[in-house]
Each structure stands twice: as structure tokens, then as C-alpha cells.
Design a protein around this ligand. Structure first.
Ligand code: PRX
Length: 624
């Protein structure tokens, strides 16, 4: 199937596209790009609506099937706190929210900022935007207001949807109240809609509107706007190698189809497309936050578009008890469980014994995403959760790719702990040496993809040049992932990690420049350098080297990072140093800082403008 799909890309995607209920059929599957732009045009002249594809289309024949089960962090066996929606109920709710958004001025192309915790409303709002053609710009609710505001302003959002606050690890956090006066007064923001989630009263302005009264008074039907295949569906900001996050643009048909097709084939899901009712409903549990791409593709869009039952958990997967997520698997008879290596490393060290308490009989397929998984954790997952029965799909992809590039196919391909297996259908991966020649089996190189696929990002919002420069120019005619990898003799791919200045901490993505820019904002910081070192649980940990003045303390830096970027960005250690090692052109030599941290041999200091610094750096690290 893979060979056929690569050799006949268009006919393969033509057959896949039959999964979508088109409002108007497309004329061509793929049109080559005119310029040297790689992506091309997908499903030209086709019209569809993502909310219709995901939810409305199931209402007529499967309206009573369960679409979404939301579980509160406060839920216990004796005092349940859940919300359950059938496909019909979800469709009605989406229509009401869409009607309200429409009344607030949202129409085709309007960008809508979404800053909501993990409650059903986050998914409902994303799909409500899609229903009337709005472009969702969702920001992780763990990010600070400054971060959210920057992204919303960069995206040109006109309407913002947020909540009074959310719950995580037994504590409440505030959202609406933390938005700044300057942001609220910005003329480009016309309305701020607040969902009352934790019953916290907020000061309001004339732009504020409460969710509850407004949404419930709206009509329960809303026509789905026919969207062109290449109309934007959402923008999602992610970190790159510069200090400025980039707004990754995904469009409607190609993205949606790619998310659906990857989920269907990799996990072996039929959903309601070819239902074997009533016994074979697939129950999907994904621990990702909706604020990241894994939450977009494999929580909001594909699982509903295929017609699975989605379990959404409000809080941290290990709260209130370390085995919380296991409890949910048995309680809801989860069949497909998707999570990240950081959580598994935590669970395997804290809760190994807990797994015996659970039958996990319902589970069929397990999956991981976001960072490499080490073979020891993989085996623990396989034996203790999958009871040596369930395949694990180690899915490799990126915010930019929309869906999986590499993954085993559950029940079909051979599993190798630590490898992401081979390419998805129609994906043609290549490992290149720096000079553009192809690496031999076993040889480390740079991972590229040689053919476009429907889910590839279309652009960086308002910076198309940056898109072509960062992804398409390095190896002309290929998409460059930025990752290092090697292919083994069977053609399976092993990801080593990022080849650029991007760090993954617990699966979250940060650019070193972004971390440094945040630290440098702090008064009394002259400059800084961020280094990643391996961490047993988090994959990588952040270490900051800071040139400070006055009596600045490491907790000042840590608190500032927490406030600005969230707790996952808090550095493990902060070293105050007299200066940073630099080349003559002023570039910080991070490699040398890492050598010093890891007590490695330093071979070359002649390119440094300040070689005398090396001994002082050693001393700072030793003193700490
Ligand atoms: O380095 C790769 C790593 O995560 C990066 C993409 O990060 P982000 O856009 O935040 O998307 C994360 C979820 C798709 C990649 O460039 N990565 C992602 N999945 C894997 C992985 N590294 C190894 N194995 C994976 N399965």
C-alpha cells in the first residue's frame, strides 16, 4: 500500500478523500505549485466545513452515540463530576456558540483567539469557529497572559474567548483577570467572551460579554459555511529558532483529511465510518492539551471526524492520584490510549505497582508522541499497561506537518522499541548528509520529506519567506524537519532529536532564543544563554547561564520564567557567570557551555573572543 501510495500519490489521496462529506466535489486532488513552493494546491474547488465533517454529519444516523465524555479533576468514584455529550448534543452546542460568535461579528476569515482550559468549551469553540468560517487561534491555557496576548495580536484576532479560570492539580488559576489593560484597550480587539468556569467574578469592560446567558439564548441551528479546501482552519503558534514564535497556518481540507487518514490507518480505527455497532465503539483517550498540535489534530478534529468517543480529562493526568489516568481507562473502557514519554517515565517510576490494580482489558492500541521514547519505558508501557497484548505506535510528527510522518501501523508492522517505524502512506522520507547526499543505513543525518502531503503547513502567518527559508530552502525540493535521525537496514527510522536550537522539555517545544529573550527581559539581566541537557523524566532540562547585576538570585529568574512561559519552562539550574563565551562575530558558543556543564574536554577555544573566560565558567559551575 505504501509503495502504491508513493508512486500514485494523487490516486491514493483521491481514495482517502472519500471519507469526507464534500459540499462541492473537488476538481483536482493535487496541483503542482507554480513557483518552487513544494506544497501545491490540494482538492481545488472542493467545498466542505470542518464542523460538519467532525460532528454534524453523524447526527442523522448516529446522533445518540456518545461523542465526548469530560471528566473534572474534582470527580471521584463516590461523587462523579462529568459532562457527557452525544453527537446530537455536541452539534447543538456548537451551533449555539457559532451563532453567538456570528452575532459578535465573526465571519469567514475572522481570527478568534481561544484561551480556555481543558473543558468541553475549548473543543466546542474551535469547531464553532470552523462552522462559520472563523480561524481559531488557540493558545495553551498554561501560558501567561503576555504570551497569549502577543500571539493573539500577531494573528490579528478580533474576538477573544476565555474563561474566568481553570483547575490544575487541585489549584485554581486565573485567565480573564490576567489580561492586561493595554490588550483589552487595543482597538483590534472588539469582544472578550468569558466562560464562567470557576465562579470567579472579573472586572469587566464594555468589550466583555459573558458566555452563559448569551450562548443559551441562541438558536440551536446554524448553517455550516461552505469553505474552500484551502481556506484557513486555524493558526497555531510554535517555537522556532528565533525568539519570535511562528503562527503555523493549516487549511481546511488537506489538514482535516490528513489527520483523519493518519488516525484511521495508524491506530486501526473505523469509528462511525464503517461502524460495527453497538459493541465496537472506539473510545479514545489522549492526554495532550488542546493548546498543542496533538490536541488539535487528535482531540478536536480527527477523533470526531472518524466518529469515536472522546474522553477529555480536565487536569494533570497524575492528579489527584498518580494512577488517575489508569482509573479512567478502566472506567470508560478506553480502547486507544495516546500519551507522551515524559508521562510514561513518571508513571513507570512512581506507579509501577499500581498497574496491577487495573485490568486494562478494553485497551487495543497504545501510542506515544512528542519526543523519543527510550526502550526501557517503551517495554514498561507494553508490559504493564498493554499487558503485552497491545501494539504501541510511536508517532513522529510536528506542529508543521499536521499529522503523522512516521509511525508503525498497529497490528501490521513490526515494532521496535525506540524507533518510529516507517513512513505514513504517501510519505517519502530521506536522510541527508549536510552536503545533500543521502546517508547510508545506520548513518546519522538530517530528516527530510521528498513529497508533499495534504496536511503540510501552508505558511507562517504573515511571513511566507520564513516558511520557505526554514523548511524548503535547506534541501531544495524537500521539506526539512529540523530533526536528526538514521534509517536502519529495514528502513525503520530512529529519531535522535533536534538538529537546531529547539529544545523539547517534557514534549513541549521551546527555542533557545525564546528562552533567552524571556530571561533578558528581566531587570538586572545583561544577557543569557539556554542549554538543554538530558533528563531522565523530562527528556531534556533547561539550564540557564546568566550575566546578571546587582543582587539578582536564581529564584528571580525561575519565577519570571514560570510567569512568562509556564512552569514547564522553569530552568533546573541557573548559573550566574561574568560573561558568555562568544565568537568574534558575537555569537554565543552554547556548545562550550554544554561541554563545561558535562565536564567534557574542550578542544578549541581559538575562535573565542574571550578565551580567558573558560576557567571562570568552570569555576561558576563548580561553585554552584
Ligand atoms: O523533534 C521532534 C519531536 O517533536 C518535534 C515537534 O514538536 P511539536 O511541533 O511541538 O509537535 C509535537 C507533537 C507532534 C519534532 O521535530 N518529536 C515529535 N514526535 C516525536 C518526536 N521525537 C521523537 N519521537 C517522536 N515520536
Amino acid at each position: 500500500m505504501w509503495k502504491h501510495s508513493v508512486e500514485n500519490m494523487e490516486s491514493f489521496w483521491d481514495s482517502q478523500a472519500q471519507m469526507i462529506p464534500w459540499m462541492t466535489p473537488y476538481k483536482t486532488v493535487w496541483e503542482k505549485p507554480l513557483a518552487d513552493d513544494f506544497v501545491g494546491t490540494w482538492f481545488d474547488q472542493g467545498k466542505l466545513n470542518a464542523a460538519h465533517v467532525c460532528v454534524d454529519r453523524w447526527v442523522q444516523n448516529h446522533g445518540d452515540e456518545t461523542a465526548l465524555i469530560w471528566v473534572s479533576e474534582e470527580d471521584t468514584d463516590s461523587s462523579p463530576k462529568t459532562r457527557v455529550f452525544s453527537y446530537r448534543e455536541l452539534s447543538t452546542y456548537i451551533s449555539q456558540v457559532a451563532n453567538f460568535l456570528h452575532a459578535c461579528g465573526v465571519k469567514k476569515g475572522t481570527r478568534v483567539g481561544i484561551w480556555l482550559p481543558m473543558i468541553p468549551e475549548v473543543i466546542v469553540t474551535q469547531l464553532a469557529c470552523a462552522k462559520i468560517g472563523g480561524v481559531a487561534v488557540t493558545v495553551f491555557s498554561g501560558f501567561s497572559a503576555t504570551n497569549a496576548e502577543q500571539r493573539f495580536l500577531n494573528a490579528g484576532c478580533e474576538v477573544i474567548i476565555t474563561a474566568d479560570g481553570g483547575r490544575r492539580r487541585g489549584k485554581e488559576f486565573l485567565l480573564r483577570e490576567t489580561l492586561s489593560k493595554e490588550f483589552l484597550e487595543n482597538p483590534s480587539i472588539s469582544k472578550v467572551i468569558t466562560y464562567n468556569n470557576i465562579s470567579r467574578s472579573c472586572k469587566t469592560t464594555e468589550k466583555d460579554l459573558p458566555w452563559h446567558e448569551n450562548v443559551s439564548s441562541m438558536p440551536t441551528e446554524c448553517p455550516a459555511e461552505p469553505m474552500d479546501s484551502e481556506d484557513p482552519l486555524f493558526l497555531l503558534y510554535t517555537s522556532g529558532t528565533t525568539g519570535k514564535p511562528k503562527g503555523i497556518l493549516h487549511t481546511t481540507a488537506g489538514y482535516l483529511l490528513y489527520a483523519m487518514s493518519t488516525m484511521k490507518h495508524v491506530w486501526g480505527i473505523n469509528g462511525l465510518l464503517s461502524p460495527q455497532l453497538p459493541h465496537e465503539r472506539e473510545v479514545w483517550l489522549n492526554t495532550a492539551d488542546v493548546g498543542w498540535i496533538t490536541g488539535h489534530s487528535y482531540l478536536t478534529y480527527a477523533p470526531f471526524a472518524l466518529g469515536t468517543t472522546v474522553v477529555l480529562y480536565e487536569g494533570a493526568p497524575t492528579y489527584p492520584a498518580p494512577d488517575r489516568i489508569f482509573q479512567l481507562i478502566d472506567r470508560y473502557k478506553v480502547t486507544h490510549f495516546y500519551t507522551c514519554p515524559t508521562l510514561l517515565r513518571q508513571l513507570s517510576s512512581d506507579t509501577a505497582s499500581y498497574t496491577k490494580k487495573y485490568s486494562f482489558d478494553s485497551l487495543k492500541v497504545l501510542g506515544t508522541v512528542g519526543e523519543p521514547i527510550d526502550p526501557t519505558t517503551w517495554r514498561w508501557f507494553f508490559e504493564h499497561v498493554g499487558k503485552s497484548r497491545c501494539p504501541i505506535v510511536d508517532t513522529y510528527w510536528q506542529t508543521e506537518t499536521g499529522g503523522y510522518l512516521l509511525s508503525p501501523f498497529a497490528g501490521t508492522t513490526t515494532l521496535k522499541p525506540g524507533s518510529c517505524g516507517g513512513p505514513f502512506l504517501s510519505i517519502d522520507p530521506k536522510i541527508f548528509r549536510e552536503d545533500g547526499s543521502e546517508a547510508s543505513p545506520g548513518e546519522k543525518g538530517l530528516l527530510c520529506i521528498s513529497k508533499p502531503w495534504p496536511g503540510i503547513m501552508r505558511s507562517i502567518f504573515q511571513d511566507h519567506d520564513r516558511f520557505t527559508r526554514e523548511y524548503l530552502k535547506r534541501f531544495p525540493g524537500h521539506y526539512f524537519t529540523g530533526d536528526e535521525a538514521y534509517k536502519d537496514v529495514d528502513g525503520d527510522i530512529w529519531i535522535i532529536g533536534r538538529a537546531d536550537d529547539v529544545i523539547k522539555v517534557s514534549g513541549h517545544r521551546f527555542g533557545t532564543a525564546e528562552l533567552e529573550a524571556t530571561v533578558n527581559e528581566f531587570p538586572d539581566v545583561v544577557e543569557s544563554a539556554a542549554i538543554a541537557i538530558r533528563d531522565e523524566i523530562k527528556g531534556h532540562a533547561i539550564i540557564m547561564f546568566v550575566v546578571g547585576k546587582n543582587s539578582i538570585q536564581s529564584n528571580d529568574i525561575k519565577d519570571h520564567m514560570k510567569k512568562k512561559l509556564g512552569s514547564v519552562a522553569v530552568p533546573d539550574r541557573v548559573y550566574f557567570v561574568p560573561d558568555l563565551p562568544k565568537t568574534r562575530s558575537g555569537k554565543i558558543v552554547r556548545r562550550l557551555l554544554r561541554n563545561i556543564l558535562l565536564k567534557e574536554q574542550i578542544s578549541e577555544t581559538s575562535t573565542l573572543i574571550n578565551p580567558e573566560l573558560v576557567e571562570l565558567l568552570y569555576q561558576s559551575v563548580r561553585d554552584e
